[in-house]
Design a protein around this ligand. Structure first.
Ligand SMILES: *[C@@H]1O[C@H](CO)[C@@H](O)[C@H](O)[C@H]1NC(C)=O
Length: 631
């Protein structure tokens, strides 16, 4: 009896001590077993610092925005080069003064109030940066319009962000805007002669007018009402399907996204090369605004040029480059040169590089740390591959889960919706298996959605995921997380189609096709065939310079490397593939055009089971649609 009481008393202590010992051992074990412990720790600490900084920004009054960050950098190093562009160079002070002038010239002619939105339609040039800073100084949000879009899409983009003023460097867009009550300012050109053919409703913010304006700082009172949740940017997501949507970027998101360079280890002594379009998140927020956050020098280019890329890097002592997967492949496809490794680039920041290109890139261009980042412009979840593990888009870190719970859930590609269990809830996939990434929407991980489009916003939300009433952001991406915690991109929903009861991953097929000697690029998609379930594979191809389509080699390759259900049954040869501004493939148009030779002008081929790829004829087409030829 006595004894028993003693054990009873002692046991809670004892188990606590035991627990502590087990914990210490498990931490010790993790350190020993985890070869990435130091990098994990460093990443965690960086994230904590950034989190703390954002918390303090949230409490700042008036709000400390990225504009204030820029002004601090101007104070700190006014004479440091900020933007180098086509032989001209602007210091931090130059950019500050120039944006003051534009803000003043603009406010003389346009009635702008704090909180208004102004659309920017310009190519990559320094004036883009001046204009954006000018708008920020006037307390206005900027809607970054895709410079390549015109007419209908442009009007849609323009109206969905509620802008009434457009700043542009191009006069060709004007007719489509004239009927709307939009005031258009053409930036930087010379004033036209009086009585010349002026387009009605269009004002010129000529270089003369801007230069005459005062460069005195603007009253901070003009932008004193902003809160961390006020929109500061609208960025249009690339819209591989349907019309573009404007993602709302508030100050919180902007600050967070601009920290990417810090997370990747960019320092203020780095020189960053920006050629991605400034109207997208990668170029503008992670590239340009990130550079402001670091206080470094930006080498700005109008657009990507594979032949100029490394010469630019050498000429300007570039140390950090940005990329998207396709760019890395274009670079690897350029003719080899003796000086391929002569450059100072130490870090590449971006996303979408394939494992084989990654290895080839390192082998050819030398020891460059590649930092893959995953995240959507409007999303509330992201990953960073801070280890440099080839092929992974990121690494799990407990700090992510603390910030916002996310999960990979089972997805039914046939019905194109998440799998639900008997209670109606989603099902997490076991470790190592592919699932749809969803992330909990909360005040800490908000989803600001799309401007003026509650329907589109709702469509990105998934409800009742694990408990009744919860809400998750549906990334639309199928990922896999391995035992070590590395995250792999598997597919994008919509980039998979089903044929003969099998899932076909379009990226996998196109990766295979481009291994054929004559094929330069491949865009793979599924097309409907009358009388058949699912979609059959089709590929739009471009060929290498001076090469013909080698039907035999393509057939041999496809036959040996792909299962029958994923072999493209139809091939169409194009001179160039339609890509969006960020080089994402456009599929919807191709899918709708199908494989009818009387509709499609491009050369078409049909995969005949025994003969290989033969030219597509109206006869074959008719037998397929009549059901005489079963596929
Ligand atoms: C690049 O670096 C070299 C050596 O450090 C230096 O001589 C040169 O002036 C630099 N070029 C530029 C454009 O900064």
């Amino acid at each position: 009896m006595k004894k028993a009481r003693v054990t009873q008393k002692r046991s809670p202590h004892f188990s606590l001590i035991l627990q502590a010992i087990v914990n210490i051992f498990s931490v010790y074990h993790q350190v020993l077993l985890n070869p990435y412990f130091v990098q994990d720790l460093r990443y965690t600490i960086t994230c904590i610092f950034i989190g703390l900084r954002i918390e303090s920004i949230k409490r700042s009054k008036p709000l400390y925005t990225m504009l204030d960050c820029f002004l601090d950098k101007v104070k700190k190093h006014p004479d440091k080069q900020f933007i180098v562009f086509e032989g001209s160079c602007f210091t931090y002070r130059d950019v500050d003064l120039q944006s003051n002038k534009i803000a003043r010239a603009l406010s003389l002619d346009a009635v702008l109030e704090e909180g208004d939105t102004v659309a920017l339609l310009m190519g990559n040039e320094p004036a883009y940066v001046f204009a954006w800073l000018a708008l920020a100084k006037l307390g206005c949000a900027a809607a970054l319009l895709n410079y390549n879009i015109r007419s209908k899409s442009l009007m849609q983009c323009f109206s969905c962000c509620g802008a009434k003023v457009l700043l542009t460097s191009s006069e060709e867009v004007l007719p489509s805007l004239r009927e709307q009550s939009v005031s258009v300012f053409v930036l930087g050109q010379e004033e036209q002669e009086e009585g010349g053919a002026r387009v009605e409703g269009v004002k010129t913010l000529s270089s003369g007018k801007i230069q005459q304006a005062s460069d005195q700082p603007l009253d901070p009172q003009l932008r004193s009402k902003a809160t961390i949740k006020s929109p500061t940017l609208y960025i249009y997501t690339s819209g591989t399907t349907g019309l573009p949507k404007a993602a709302v970027i508030n100050h919180e998101r902007m600050t967070l996204a601009a920290s990417m360079q810090a997370i990747a280890g960019v320092t203020r002594d780095d020189v960053i090369y920006i050629y991605l379009p400034l109207y997208h998140t990668a170029g503008f927020v992670m590239g340009l605004v990130g550079a402001i956050e670091r206080g470094n020098t930006v080498i700005l280019r109008r657009k990507f040029s594979a032949s100029q890329f490394w010469d630019d890097c050498r000429k300007y002592n570039v140390t950090v480059i940005q990329y998207i997967g396709e760019i890395m492949r274009y670079l690897c496809n350029t003719p080899k040169k003796d000086n391929d490794r002569q450059h100072k680039v130490r870090l590449a920041l971006g996303n979408g590089i394939r494992a084989d290109t990654w290895s080839e890139f390192l082998e050819r261009f030398g020891d460059i740390r590649i930092c893959e980042c995953y995240g959507a412009t409007e999303g509330n979840v992201g990953f960073v591959n801070y280890i440099g593990k080839v092929g992974a888009i990121g690494r799990e870190n407990f700090i992510h889960r603390v910030g916002n719970p996310y999960a990979l859930i089972q997805y039914d590609t046939e019905r194109e919706e998440p799998v639900r269990d008997c209670r109606g809830f989603c099902v997490k996939v076991p470790k190592g298996e592919t699932g749809l990434l969803v992330a909990k929407i909360s005040s800490r991980a908000p989803f600001s959605g799309y401007a003026k489009s509650p329907q589109q916003t709702e469509r990105k939300k998934l409800k009742d995921v694990f408990v009744k009433g919860d809400q998750y952001f549906n990334s639309g991406d199928l990922l896999r997380i391995d035992n070590e915690g590395f995250v792999y991109f598997m597919d994008r929903i919509g980039d998979t189609f089903r044929w003969k009861g099998e899932n076909v991953a379009t990226t996998e097929v196109s990766d295979n096709l481009i291994m054929v000697e004559c094929i330069e690029e491949a865009n793979v998609y599924g097309v409907k065939v009358p009388g058949h379930e699912g979609r059959i594979g089709m590929a739009a191809l471009t060929l290498k310079d001076n090469m013909e389509f080698d039907s035999k080699a393509t057939y041999e390759h496809v036959k040996t490397s792909l299962p029958s259900y994923s072999r493209p049954r139809f091939i169409r040869i194009q001179n160039s593939l339609d890509v969006t501004g960020t080089f994402k493939m456009m599929k919807v148009k191709l899918v709708n055009e199908g494989f009818n030779p009387s509709v499609i002008r491009d050369r078409l081929f049909y995969l005949e089971d025994k003969e290989g790829y033969i030219p597509m004829t109206q006869e074959i087409y008719s037998s397929i649609t009549d059901g005489k030829l079963r596929l």
